[in-house]
Design a protein around this ligand. Sequence first.
Ligand code: AMP
Ligand code: TRP
Length: 334
Amino acid sequence: METKEKRPVIFSGIQPSGMLTLGNYIGALRRFSELQDQYDCIYCVVDEHAITVRQNPADLRRRCLELTALYLASGLDPQKSILYCQSHVSAHAELAWILNCFTYMGELNRMTQFKDKSAKHADNINAGLFTYPVLMAADILLYQTSYVPVGADQKQHLELTRDIAQRFNGVYGDVFTVPEPLISKTGGRVMSLQEPERKMSKSDPEDTFISLIDDPDTIRRKIKRAVTDSESEIRFDPENKPGVSNLLNIISALTGESTDDICAGMAGQGYGALKTRVADCVIEALSPMQAEYKKLIADKEYLMKVQAESAEKAAYLAQKTLRKVQKKIGFAAR
Ligand code: AMP
Ligand code: TRP
């Protein structure tokens, strides 16, 4: 990926902790391929983050390949973008250790994802879950990243990453680029179909999310059962009508139409019609990717080749930053 003029770097990561949901797609994945012609894009399968929650080894290994296939199926081109597994590039863990020494307990204590996850996994509140955002900062800062496309739930982690970078730069000079989040206005937070006050998550029960490999019948069934409210008016009002507003948001994110226009266009129609419209939009958005995914997932060798070649490119770039950091800190010369 050596281009003549230097372009800003985009970095993002997704955990291989389950099949991705419509939330992952709208909040993150679908935007990745739109960026690859304008920027130097690096997309990571963050398996080291995934083990903060106990994983079955065979499942984890399989999901890393599945996520690589989904990256490709969503339109990412391995000639343009780097698509690799975090554990294949040791610099992530090495920089994370260093950055741990530049992060305060108080900062990590404030992270809402840590609070949520430790409530959910009360039997396994491990130190990795606590320092998870530091590893994420290392991921981003290793590549001199300018922009990080993520869902709204990652905003706090991005702010911490910026604080760590600025703190480090303040002591040692301009070592890290200070990154900015790219959070989409309409699709930054897709909510659960059953509890629309909570975000859609791949670790929740099946009927609360649309999986990216759900077939059209399953998608229609899940959306038909989505929780709405006891009124009948299609109106965008996230506070009082979270279920209906979530459905409107999904249409808006997938079609680009504003929620106002969608409501105006559906005036007088009921929730049944709204749900049909949502299902149509979701099926239309996911079908081409699903067809491509089916082909790719059958070719394990190709997927592993993409991972290996990308990891080599990523390691080269990461090593440059890591060496600079080690030198600034005063680690023994090699
Ligand atoms: P994760 O599955 O936690 O690794 O998330 C991968 C990416 O998807 C991150 O950028 C998240 O912010 C984004 N994401 C996850 N869930 C949602 C959601 N319900 N709505 C929007 N974005 C999401
Ligand atoms: N923490 C992110 C999530 O849970 C995943 C992630 C890890 C990430 N490292 C990253 C996202 C670096 C963007 C950049 O969704």
